[in-house]
Design a protein around this ligand. Sequence first.
Ligand code: PRP
Length: 184
Amino acid sequence: MNIYNDILQILLNEEDIKRITADIASKISEKYYDGRLLLVCILNGSFMFFSDIVRRITVPCTIDFIRVSSYGESTVSSESLNFMSDISTDAANKNVVLVDDILDTGLTMYKLRQYFLSEKNAASVSVCTLLDKPARRVYDIKPDYAGSEIPDEFVVGYGLDYNDGYRNLPYIGVLKSEIYKKDV
Ligand code: PRP
């Protein structure tokens, strides 16, 4: 079995991702030069994107991780966000950048932004995503930093999963429909 055979088409290759992460990291570094930058990785999906962004940030920053889930095992977004583990550092008065792999309905980012502003007393909260699927948006949220707008296709790889698989692909690809249709 080879997971590469399940990919219909590559949407973002490794070179595209390198260019995008360098560009976003440079924009974040230009804006937050005062030492109060906290980058938060939204697990699990953003682990690769986060590490590529963070290694290219040139200003002082701290990092932390939060684990939430909006999907369970289905492909239909549920209404509420499941908090599985919180950050462990203090976000008060920090300029928080939430880093995620994909902005879909917007539920995850909408709720997390509210949470960091009202309960963690962050000075500011920005939204950074590799992929933006505006066609699927339900919640009123726009990314401050976005890598690429994509059509409403089932994408996997570079951290994004189908049934927790495919996260290890080094690129963003469209999953062949026969893979997920056979599980419905
Ligand atoms: C995915 C993705 C985003 C979120 C986007 O996470 O990583 O965090 O969904 O969807 P939304 O805009 O509709 O909220 P998921 O809940 O599948 O967990 P995972 O990161 O562990 O894959």
